[in-house]
Design a protein around this ligand. Structure first.
Ligand code: NI
Length: 199
């Protein structure tokens, strides 16, 4: 997910892997983005290197979250560095994510704007629950749990969706999807196909 322009950029904190290479971001329409990603079973050095590339690419693109399929890898993993509704940043790496959303009276929708680094240059409103939790596995093979509100809730849902082959355009009305497409087409010159690798 890209960072909305209203959110100030913060320095990263927490144990995200570093030293990765910025890679071109895979676009919607590429098959790997539209199918469920392979479950992570080997928590080895190659996985950490992949996560480091994802982190480097996410920051280069001013993103708050990035899934492995967004750099072309069929791996159910995402990284994030995202503020919640109080501006508090949480960072993490989640393999094999499982989302938990509020139900019944606890379920309130936030109609905030959403964008995707794999369809860059446009944002539209996308109603989603205003709180989310995700459980999964970290790079060391141990369980991880993250939860939060605001943009963090949106990010956890958006990135978990990616690992399942869903992009947020799939969740939009035809009308909203057309608006998104129009903005994206208009901004195309700002996002060459190797973006952000050559930026
Ligand atoms: Ni995305």
């Amino acid at each position: 997910m890209p960072e909305p322009s209203t959110t100030p950029t913060h320095a990263p904190h927490g144990p995200l892997p570093t030293g990765g290479q910025v890679r071109p971001i895979t676009r919607w329409g590429t098959p790997v983005m539209h199918r469920a990603q392979a479950t992570v079973t080997e928590f080895d050095e190659a996985l950490t290197r992949l996560a480091a590339d994802m982190v480097a690419t996410m920051y280069a693109a001013d993103g708050v979250g990035l899934a492995a399929c967004q750099i072309g890898e069929d791996v159910a993993m995402f990284v994030f560095d995202c503020p919640d509704d109080e501006g508090e940043h949480t960072v993490g790496v989640v393999c094999n994510p499982m989302i938990t959303l509020p139900e019944g009276r606890e379920r309130r929708l936030d109609a905030g704007e959403e964008g995707c680094l794999s369809f860059p240059g446009s944002f539209v409103e996308c109603p989603r629950p205003d709180w989310a939790a995700v459980d999964g596995v970290g790079l060391d093979g141990n369980p991880v749990h993250f939860e939060g509100s605001g943009l963090l809730a949106r990010c956890l849902q958006h990135e978990t969706d990616h690992t399942l082959g869903t992009v947020f355009g799939d969740r939009l009305s035809t009308k909203a999807r057309k608006r998104l497409q129009k903005q994206h087409d208009k901004a195309a010159d700002d996002y060459p196909l190797d973006w952000p690798a050559q930026a």
